[in-house]
Design a protein around this ligand. Structure first.
Ligand code: ATP
Ligand code: MG
Length: 409
């Protein structure tokens, strides 16, 4: 028998329900913000991620599922959504009408990392990208959009950290300062970070091994006046609308971030980031597009569901239909369809089992009501409606059954 591949999962029961509920919350809030859906493919050219996500990232260095297809094309399962969105934006000439576009995506991502709680090889991301708006209002909207999804879904306990990584003007100075600082401890760096030191020293601070060692004492970013102004405007727009912490140690693992970066965190583990994002003003241009600024984020759906704990009981009642005799099976089956037509959640149809077996199944499905029919009911055009909590039972005409069920609190 074939087995599940390590790091991949079957998702069912309450977790599947929570993911679906999160997706509905997200879709509802995206609509409120005028963000429209972009369905990007699961497979892209490997080169897209190498170039966009960046060669010094964990994703490209260690985590990508890449392969050669039968046509000798070098492809990869998407490890994140932003490069695909950026590619689609350029390739479909979305900027032609207006460069300002707001997209969201919902889909599974793939990363070959070491599986552990909250870290899977296939996981779901819900992401948003605000393209074409350089103003601090775009950064603030992106962050508030994420907050509103958390609120609608019901996640209460999380913290929001923000920082600015500067721009092409101020970052080089900071890079240099970091390289100097980290070079004195080069022997203490992990092998990957030794290699990253010169190419992208910010990555060292985001490394799971070396970050905690050097983050606190490393020199902090000194922003140029424009970046300083941008960051203070973002903070001003957020003030009073969301609680946040300015964390000068917050750096992000991806190569493309500029200016604002942020992370929503829940809990203390190293899998505590439930969502993360930032501004990426140079990415579209670096990929061959126009000079289009952008800001976006991606939320880890499984981690966000875990941060919720359990889904509140939605209190929807379910009906289970039971047939007492073979002759009534069709009659019972038709009742099931009538109730569904009336919008009532209905299960049943296990008519080969005796009453005990059918009632046991009613219990398993957590139905609160049973509709029971036998020869007498069929003859009279009625059904018995049983409240499975109180045990109370009453006969109703089929024409009145749905209304009676809806009336029960
Ligand atoms: P981490 O620091 O935990 O490795 P990351 O920086 O790699 O996260 P991003 O690329 O920013 O994560 O992805 C955004 C979000 O996607 C994360 O905040 C997290 O919630 C989720 N995520 C990332 N990798 C995984 C994974 N392997 N399994 C489940 N969720 C993940
Ligand atoms: Mg990671």
């Amino acid at each position: 028998m074939a087995k599940l591949v390590r790091g991949f999962r079957d998702i069912f029961g309450p977790e599947a329900a929570a993911l679906t509920a999160l997706e509905s919350s997200a879709r509802k809030v995206f609509k409120l913000y005028g963000v429209s859906e972009l369905r990007i493919p699961t497979v892209e050219q490997k080169e897209l991620f190498v170039k966009a996500t960046g060669t010094t990232t964990d994703i490209v260095q260690k985590e990508m599922y890449s392969f050669e297809d039968a046509g000798h094309r070098l492809l990869a399962l998407r490890p994140e959504g932003t490069p695909g969105v950026a590619r689609a934006y350029i390739e479909n000439n979305f900027a032609q009408g207006s460069p300002v576009q707001q997209f969201f995506y919902i889909g599974n991502m793939f990363r070959a990392e070491r599986p552990q709680a909250g870290r899977y090889r296939e996981f779901e991301q819900i992401g948003a990208e605000f393209l074409g708006n350089p103003a601090p209002a775009a950064d603030a909207q992106a962050i508030l959009l994420l907050k509103d999804i958390m609120k609608d879904f019901g996640v209460k306990h999380y913290s929001v950290k923000i920082n600015s990584l500067g721009c092409e003007k101020c970052r080089p100075l900071y890079r240099q300062a970091l390289i100097e600082y980290l070079s004195s401890s080069k022997d203490d760096l992990c092998d990957l970070c030794k290699d990253r030191l010169e190419r992208n020293p910010l990555r060292v601070l985001d490394c799971k091994i070396d970050g905690p060692k050097f983050k606190e004492s490393a020199p902090k970013m000194a922003l140029c006046p424009e970046c300083e102004e941008h960051f203070s405007q973002v903070k001003k727009l957020l003030d009073g609308k969301i609680e946040y912490i300015v964390d000068p140690c917050l750096v992000r693992g991806l190569d493309y971030y500029t200016r604002t970066v942020f992370e929503f965190q829940a809990g203390e583990s190293s899998q505590n980031a439930i969502a993360a994002g930032g501004r990426y003003d140079t990415l579209i241009k670096s990929m061959g597009g126009a000079d289009i600024p952008a800001v976006g984020w991606a939320m880890g759906a499984e981690r966000t569901c875990a941060a919720l704990g359990s889904l509140p009981d939605c209190g929807e009642k379910k009906v289970y239909v039971v047939s007492l005799e073979k002759d009534c099976n069709e009659y019972a089956f038709n009742i099931m369809q009538t109730l569904r037509d009336a919008g009532i959640i209905t299960e049943g149809g296990l008519f080969d089992k005796n009453i005990k077996g059918q009632m046991k199944q009613a219990d398993r499905t957590k139905a609160s009501l049973a509709v029971i029919v036998g020869g007498t009911e069929k003859e009279r055009g009625t059904a018995e409606l049983k409240d499975l909590t109180s045990g109370e039972q009453k006969e109703y005409l089929i024409s009145e059954l749905a209304a009676a069920i809806k009336n029960i609190k």
